[in-house]
Design a protein around this ligand. Structure first.
Ligand code: BT5
Length: 263
């Protein structure tokens, strides 16, 4: 199978908005990007690679991708957002990726594709606080937006049965450079909404959600489980789940399992 390298020349044309660096291989683009943020790198850096061999998921899980068969990218922002709007950053990235690949969102930001709504993309957003006095201190906190998109994995290469790739769903070769360029455009657009029109971003998020209206099980970070109907997103980006007892609980972190549509 043809698996071309990323086209660094084409990506260079996205400057000055985005400064894209293509690494031949690396542990984790998020780790590299966070390190650069700590060293004082301004917003707009994008780290991507042909081969990410120690990719990270949420909660210390691993993110796997064969060389050149997937896109791993980390985008550095220095959001000047009020603190209560930071939790919307991961949802904002979900909107941008869903638009890029034509997918739908499982809360908070897994991007699902195809008739069986399988996972084509995972997002890991990390905040980097830099103490004042160090190189990047006066730049304010950074957000590293880590995005992993399965572009041309074959069925045999999928790490879990619930995963899919653009190649599998579209049945045609995927140009990773074009996907990254479109993704960065969509991130710029969604981030502008988060800054200037957060209500509109929330409306867009809801329209792309595959979770709302579903019966779900939330597996909470502390080990608890909450079952019910997902029926809203609150102003902090939390998923609102109404249990059988009619009590509505906001969930701010955890894994959501879709059970079936609510009656
Ligand atoms: C995520 O975690 O979905 C966030 C993944 C973020 C990866 C990007 S790649 C660029 C940047 N640099 C990094 O180091 N990370 C970011 P989570 O929801 O915890 O899902 C992780 C789980 O998804 C794993 O435990 C596997 O079950 C599954 N998984 C691993 N690789 C996958 C893949 N390629 N496609 C679909 N599922 C995968």
């Amino acid at each position: 199978m043809r698996r071309p390298s990323l086209d660094a020349g084409r990506l260079a044309s996205l400057a000055p908005t985005w400064r894209v660096e293509v690494l031949p291989e690396t542990t984790s683009t998020n780790a590299v990007c966070a390190q650069r943020a700590r060293a004082g790198e301004p917003a707009g850096l994008v780290v991507t690679t042909e081969h990410q061999y120690a990719g990270r998921g949420r909660l210390d899980r691993v993110w796997e991708m064969p060389p050149r068969a997937a896109l791993a990218a980390s985008v550095l922002l220095r959001p000047a957002l009020p603190p209560e709007r930071w939790p919307w950053l991961p949802l904002m990235v979900g909107v941008a990726v869903a638009r890029t690949v034509g997918g739908r969102l499982k809360w908070p930001n897994d991007v699902l594709l195809g008739p069986e709504l399988k996972k084509v993309c995972g997002v890991l957003v990390e905040r980097v606080d830099v103490s004042s006095g160090s190189t990047g201190g006066d730049l304010g906190p950074a957000a590293v937006l880590g995005i992993g998109i399965n572009t041309s994995l074959t069925p045999e290469e999928l790490p879990i049965p619930g995963a899919t790739s653009l190649l599998i769903e579209r049945g045609e070769e995927v140009d990773r450079t074009a996907v990254l360029a479109e993704l960065l455009e969509q991130i710029a657009a969604a981030y502008a909404l988060l800054e200037h029109d957060p209500d509109r971003l929330a409306t867009d998020y809801v329209a792309l959600s595959a979770t709302l209206g579903q019966r779900v099980r939330a597996e909470l970070p502390g080990g608890g489980v909450l079952a019910g109907t997902a029926n809203g997103i609150d102003e902090h980006g939390r998923l609102l789940i109404t249990g059988a007892d009619g009590v509505e609980s906001p969930v701010g972190a955890g894994d959501i399992v879709h059970l079936r549509p609510a009656p």
